[in-house]
Design a protein around this ligand. Sequence first.
Ligand SMILES: CC(C)(COP(=O)(O)OP(=O)(O)OC[C@H]1O[C@@H](n2cnc3c(N)ncnc32)[C@H](O)[C@@H]1OP(=O)(O)O)[C@@H](O)C(=O)NCCC(=O)NCCS
Length: 142
Amino acid sequence: MKISIRQITEKDVCYLYDSLFDKNIRGFSLNQQKVSYESHCEYWKKRLSNNQNKDYIIVCDGSRNVGCVRIDPDGQISIAVDKEFQGKGFGSIALDLAIKESKLKEYSSKILSKNTTSKKLFKKLGFKKQYEVYTLSKINST
Ligand SMILES: CC(C)(COP(=O)(O)OP(=O)(O)OC[C@H]1O[C@@H](n2cnc3c(N)ncnc32)[C@H](O)[C@@H]1OP(=O)(O)O)[C@@H](O)C(=O)NCCC(=O)NCCS
């Protein structure tokens, strides 16, 4: 199977919502909040209007969408591969392609410590651990 990447367009917004809010992927997201389809569309409309964002759909054999890579202007990366296509090396190939294509100076990614697959993926491509964040929260009941 041949993996390639192409730029995300407004036509992909529906695919991104359906597949990437899948619980298998959302569970590893730093933002666990539910997002309505309307705010998802608003987010992408704004995001796509800034050409400093480097956002790609991961494509299998020229036509099948299997995931996406988002890269912010500061090099912050977020990647997801659809559940049925995970563990086949697609994420590694796509991340490598996205880095080559986006040509930024520096890249980073924030990953939950439980996300061993993602840590493996980034380390494989030469990323080194910087620091760990311990997040605390408190609900104010008054
Ligand atoms: C993280 C993710 C993008 C990786 O994509 P992928 O296509 O499954 O990754 P690959 O198949 O290229 O594998 C990358 C490495 O992880 C390992 N790996 C893959 N699936 C694994 C699993 N279920 N358990 C443990 N390791 C696994 C692979 O062995 C590989 O390492 P290796 O080459 O040293 O063997 C994908 O699993 C995913 O979308 N996860 C949910 C969303 C997410 O966590 N995103 C990252 C936040 S930035």
